[in-house]
Design a protein around this ligand. Structure first.
Ligand code: NAD
Length: 261
């Protein structure tokens, strides 16, 4: 049977690495994009449970059109298709500044990668998936095609010292809806995931703050989220088992989203 092919942006570290590991275990071929050099991520990628040649790494920025084009060209040259896109890569502001102080440069940096990059990579992959579906017309295209957008609890939670991050994630909520709507009848499912407080390099610098908040009960489940918690949700969403669902965003956050009194 043909192996399914997944693109995972930011798939060599943190949440993305756990997603890559999960999909490799399930037999996917992987195209992983990230900003680090191949040399830097090689050891980690070598440890993924995949056959040699089933994983390619593309160094580049999601925010750069040429890098996105190169990613698509490389994937198609190597694997000839894309079945799953996990839009995981994302950045926080280089400096956490109050919204009264933050600069246009900080704002543009975050929005460019998180929102514009994700939108246009999703557009490119969606077009490729539609092409695949049309090529298979007549024969039943039996591999589920799924696009997942990793947003955040910041999609709806105000953090006034990283407003640009929150705005980018709120925008991703609409990107999920738009593509879900546009692609529903093309046989492509689009879903979002809102991770909560997840233990990765991104949260390392504020780990003490979150330790305290979790101990004080900010989450109904009194523990940090782990990257594997997100990876398992990705696995379910791209399994094809939720056939009549489209456009949902799943909270993987230990219950953070529940309003409590
Ligand atoms: P991380 O900083 O550990 O990893 C981010 C990954 O994205 C890295 O592999 C990096 O190479 C890649 N990346 C960064 N800029 C890129 C660019 N311009 N082009 C391509 N790749 C780029 O972060 P993480 O904690 O694993 O977060 C992954 C995603 O989950 C992000 O979108 C983040 O916003 C989201 N998220 C994280 C948390 C959390 O608590 N860690 C919570 C909610 C949402």
């Amino acid at each position: 049977m043909l192996k399914r092919v997944a693109i995972v942006t930011g798939g060599a570290r943190g949440i993305g690495l756990a997603v890559s590991r999960q999909l490799a275990e399930e037999g996917f071929c992987l195209a992983i994009m990230g900003t680090s050099s191949e040399e830097k991520v090689k050891e980690r990628l070598d440890q993924l449970p995949a056959d040699k040649g089933d994983i390619i790494y593309i160094q580049g920025s999601l925010g750069d059109r040429q890098d996105r084009n190169r990613l698509m060209e490389t994937v198609l040259e190597r694997f000839g298709r894309v079945d799953v896109l996990v839009n995981n890569a994302g950045v926080g502001p280089k400096q956490r500044l109050d919204i009264l102080e933050t600069s246009e440069e900080c704002y543009d940096y975050v929005m460019h990668i998180n929102l514009k990059g994700t939108f246009f990579l999703t557009q490119a992959v969606a077009k490729q998936m539609i092409k695949q579906k049309n090529q298979m017309e007549g024969q039943r295209y039996n591999q589920p095609m799924t696009i997942i957008i990793i947003s955040s609890i910041s999609e709806y939670t105000s953090s006034i010292n990283r407003g640009e991050y929150c705005i980018s994630k709120a925008g991703l909520g609409m990107v999920t809806k738009l593509f879900a709507d546009r692609l529903a009848n093309e046989g492509i499912q689009v879903f979002g995931i809102r991770p909560g407080i997840i233990r990765t390099d991104m949260t390392k610098t504020v780990a003490e703050k979150y330790d305290k908040l979790i101990a004080e009960g900010i989450l109904p489940m009194k523990r940090w989220g782990e990257p594997e918690d997100i990876a398992k949700a990705v696995s379910v969403l791209c399994s094809g088992k939720m056939e009549y669902c489209v456009g949902q965003t799943i909270d993987v956050d230990g219950g953070f989203h529940i309003r409590r009194l």
